[in-house]
Design a binder for this molecule. Structure first.
Ligand code: FES
Length: 131
């Protein structure tokens, strides 16, 4: 299986790996077929928008992933992509965006990117439910 250099870089040197001690929200998802598990902790902040209202944004995110090299790489690159984004922007990151950011994934590993996206959406949903 051929991985891009970016996938290998994130696998060997994952960004934002670990836990947030008092997260605003968390979520964990698993794929029952391959057994991989991804967990995201979110720290949500508030900031003013141009129109004077406030928006929630991702101040910090950490991941813990038990799984394949691709699952670790997609988790790592996704945290880089969404830090600083509003919840609305982060919700719109697609699995295709993640795959593109990694310069591609082998077809058999596309579901790893779908799993990371599902996990982030679930964490955002948990945050919104708690408000
Ligand atoms: Fe299933 Fe990577 S092989 S998430």
């Amino acid at each position: 299986m051929l991985y891009s250099q970016k996938v290998l870089d994130h696998f060997h040197n994952p960004h934002n790996h670990g836990e947030i001690s008092s997260p605003s929200a968390s979520a964990q998802v698993g794929n029952p077929v391959c057994g991989d598990i991804i967990k995201f902790d979110l720290e949500i902040g508030q900031r003013p928008k141009d129109d004077g209202s406030n928006e929630s944004y991702i101040k910090d995110v950490k991941f813990q992933t038990m799984g394949c090299a691709a699952a670790i790489s997609v988790s790592s690159v996704m945290t880089d992509m969404v830090i600083g984004q509003s919840l609305e922007q982060a919700s719109q990151v697609s699995f295709e965006d993640i795959v593109k950011e990694l310069d591609g994934l082998p077809p058999i590993k596309i579901h790893c990117a779908q799993l990371a996206r599902e996990c982030l959406l679930k964490a955002i949903e948990h945050y919104e439910e708690s408000q």
